[in-house]
Design a protein around this ligand. Structure first.
Ligand code: B12
Length: 210
């Protein structure tokens, strides 16, 4: 089995200690960092499907997530390059009620490497936490909100509404996460949407220039 396939298999079964070494071996074997990342994302899709089918439970999802996070750490230097000029500050977080952060962390890394100074609020963040961060940080140009559950899509809307109601300006809001679509982003009045971390970085740059 190619190392990259082993990475995927070991992420699925949550082998936190083994995954980082395998990721390094896959790199040594000549696999591209973005392909290894995609293999891990594909692995998480299988984990999600097994959860839906009732074959595994929350603890198994959690250890798979930990294994993937450890693998991403190895890839980080290859996926993100330091930009020399700053495009401003980006506040990023997962919305209230939602504990998923792997996707948000990848978006953080990619938008950061596009040249933004990142302020990561973490998971389960109420609208006022985003607002406080916008007020307390200098030169905020972008706010990025993540939601992974259909049940937290309303919290995404609540967050965008609350930020807009403050009347604060000078920044754009982008939203994303598996259940989020361009249509939903438009409906809730977000300025932008992107389906994955690479596209999020492109969108971040184009949206603040618009
Ligand atoms: C790992 C995981 C967990 C872990 C999370 C650990 C962690 N540190 O993140 C734990 C165990 C905590 C968990 C808990 C739950 N989970 Co869960 N989880 C997953 C799983 C398997 C993987 C998620 C993941 O990391 N994917 C990989 C990343 C890279 O992809 P991503 O998050 O989609 O991110 C990409 C894009 O969406 C986008 N993106 C993400 N954020 C943003 C933000 C912006 C601004 C932009 C532009 C783009 C963007 O870019 C990212 C990178 O390319 C998914 C299945 C799946 N395949 O998604 C289920 C899944 C999301 N979970 C699900 C469920 C049901 C739950 C629970 C309710 C289970 C329960 N009964 O308790 C709880 C809810 C807890 C809570 N309140 O949040 C369901 C959601 C169903 C739904 N439609 O709502 C899923 C789809 C599984 C399933 N098939 O049923 N989960």
């Amino acid at each position: 089995m190619a190392k990259i396939d082993e990475v995927k298999e070991q992420v699925i079964i949550g082998k936190t200690k083994i995954v980082p070494g395998l990721v390094q071996e896959a790199l040594n074997e000549g696999s591209a960092a973005k392909d290894i990342l995609q293999a891990m994302i594909d692995g998480m899709k299988i984990v999600g499907d097994r959860f839906s089918a009732g074959e595994i439970y929350v603890p198994e999802m959690l250890i798979a997530a930990k294994a993937m996070s450890k693998g991403v750490e190895v890839l980080k230097p290859m996926l993100s390059a330091e930009a020399s000029t700053s495009l401003g500050t980006c506040i990023i977080g997962t919305v209230e009620g939602d504990l998923h952060d792997i996707g948000k962390n990848l978006v953080n890394m990619m938008i950061g490497s596009a040249g933004f100074d990142m302020v990561d609020l973490g998971v389960d963040q109420a609208p006022n936490k985003f607002i406080e961060a916008i007020k307390n940080n200098k030169n905020v140009k972008l706010v990025a909100c993540s939601a992974l559950l259909t049940t937290t899509l309303p919290a995404l809307k609540k967050t965008v509404d609350a930020i807009k109601e403050t009347g604060l300006s000078g920044f754009k809001i982008i939203v994303g996460g598996a259940p989020v679509t361009q249509k939903f982003a438009d409906e809730i009045g977000a300025d932008g949407y992107a389906p994955d971390a690479g596209a999020a970085a492109e969108k971040a740059k184009s949206i603040i220039a618009a």
